[in-house]
Design a protein around this ligand. Sequence first.
Ligand code: SIN
Ligand code: MN
Length: 280
Amino acid sequence: MHLNKEQFETYEDKGFVLLSECFSKSEVHRMKVELPVLFSEDTPKRVLEEEGKTIRAVHGVHGTNETFQRLSQHPRLIKPAMQLLGSKVYIYQFKINAKAAFRGDIWEWHQDYIFWRKEDGLPTARVVNALVLLDDMNEFNGPLFVIPRSHREGMIDIVAQNTNNKSKAEKEHPDWVSNFTAKLKYSLNQELVADLVLKYGIFSIKALAGSVLLFDSNLVHASPSNISPFERAVVIVTYNSVENIPLPMSNRRPEFLVSRDYRPIEPLSEDALLIESLTI
Ligand code: SIN
Ligand code: MN
């Protein structure tokens, strides 16, 4: 699947494009049944909410779970990513954000690229996020908020925040955890967000499970907590151009957060998520 002209132009113009119901109900089901096991594994790949019980996110499981490996190499994600970046791509980051019913916490306002630039030495923002909805996303269950066109600001170079104000999870875990808790290291302050919203407006993503949101890594985004009885799990696969390899860094984040396998991904077949076994 390739993006048509209108979709391509929407992405360039607004910094995001929504592909409604890109994956079928059975494909979504195939992915959702994997979650309980992945969420129950006690590993550093897993990040809990501040209260220490609820699963917030699981990272890098495309390396170990076959269904999510297939998703990460699916033509409906890889082909648009190659088209938008104008080159072959590899998987830079893979995460599942759980945003559990009644308990899922916020994501503060931020841009993604600043984390990758400052923490991983990613030379340019030539990456694309593919957010795959595993549940319907609506006004109740902590939907993604975006500031359309804010990617045009480029990377807003803010000073790392929250260094003296660490949460429980941050105190107990390695440095990189502050990139995934409800208190983000590079969150944007309220004044800046207010100015950006005044300039560009604000938009809340609402879509059915199986839809895919492609978004620019400099698009300013956030999400509120989920106090509804509805789950809101999403997968976010970040594809990097093979021409945008990170610079050497002294203190590298673990491989399950930032892949160092720079080999280009070849798309699998269209039915990759449905067929029983696959030689990858
Ligand atoms: C993110 O910014 O990576 C996550 C946002 C969300 O899951 O709502
Ligand atoms: Mn983000």
